[in-house]
Design a protein around this ligand. Sequence first.
Ligand code: G3I
Length: 458
Amino acid sequence: MRPRTRTLQATLTLAVAGVLAAGMTVALAPAASAGTTLRASAAEKGRYFGAAVATGKLSTSAYTTVLNREFNSVTAENEMKWDATEPSQGRFSYTGGDRLVSHAQANGMGVRGHALLWHQQQPSWAQGLSGSALRSAAINHVTQVATHYRGKVYAWDVVNEAFADGGSGGRRDSNLQRTGNDWIEAAFRAARAADPGAKLCYNDYNTDGINAKSTGIYNMVRDFKSRGVPIDCVGFQSHLGTTLAGDYQANLQRFADLGVDVQITELDVMTGSNQANIYGAVTRACLAISRCTSITVWGVRDCDSWRGSDNALLFDCNGNKKAAYTSVLNALNAGGTSTPPPTSTPPPPTSTPPPTSPPPGTGGCSASVSLNTWSGGFVATVKVTAGANGTRGWTVSVALPGGSAVTNAWSATAAGSTGTVGFTNVDYNGQLAAGQVTEFGFQGTGAAPGATPTCTAS
Ligand code: G3I
């Protein structure tokens, strides 16, 4: 997306002056504890300060010197997108993304996953699908990629840019949208099943203030929270022009008040006399909100940016710090509520670990299933609860209606695909203490199973 400036600029130029003025007062106040790099200062405030990375540049030392010194989070600029990770259907390629994860782990950085589903950068085979075939392929993509990176990313952009620009506040037309309005929640449920430890985000642009588009997203998040759809965070891309909306912070706050984290995910700002001020104001807005957990700039040096001659980043093409850098660092050092610092590795999945000594077993088990269905397919999440003596292993039998078939499973091994299908634990989730719970999932075509599954423990 090109940065959108016309509408917002026209309406909000006046309002921003007050925000920037107020913010500059804060920035000039003595720093309580002054970090000397963005990553150190952000960590002191319990936040990530990240950059989008093109993994091809990781072999350029001038690039990695700045990246490793200044940032404690990375986002793959392109390498975790659908066209990169599933270039032909069912054939997954993680080379670029894995390289970035390794770099992050070696340098004490977290990883933001970007992006599981988006109407752009789809592989050509997916662009040619529609209806239930596309829905099924999309959910399978979410499941496979989120499973591959399970435990390695602290947040995922599960769905990117699904809302329309302009005043409608509604969804953007796309092949994904045409599979049914529930495609977003289906994606979030599949992502949660695949990686229960990652924060699941909806991410969009032109949402940098209270406007029709951000309000449409706000209403979706409120609806998801009320119905238990697993959403944890909202990403505000913040590709900005020469002004900042006066209600930028208020907009973040209203989302945080819904009970989700907020993250600045793709920040870059048009060059010019206001660039440093805007960078500082965005940083202060995030720090003022305890649930604003990360700021990511969309590239390292100006010449790395998708915005080319806008010179929109914090470092010039030689890696020198710009005034915008100093503005951000001062803002990080000056203010913000403190939340627990991010760990250098992402939090582990929430599923409980196996007990240290094997349980006696044969105590039985029970299973319950929750379903996300659509015309022609479904995703099932199955909860397995160990009985009084715990389990050494378990098998859950699920009866499928005629014509239905299991297409893939996670955190369990499926025996067969039609009729009554047995799902057996994998190596890390078979041993359960009495009352301990674990989850697995599977995806299928056709009608969803209706009967309660049976669980057999060993
Ligand atoms: O890798 C190929 C190269 O082999 C080929 O020679 C060249 C010819 O054009 O293209 C290269 O791929 C380009 C790719 O970036 C890597 O440089 C694509 O054409 C180009 O479309 C792609 O642009 C990316 C864009 O998303 C795609 O929409 C930008 O790098 C990336 O910064 C940008 O990021 C998006 C976020 O994901 C979502 N929000 C908006 C943001 C900016 O558009």
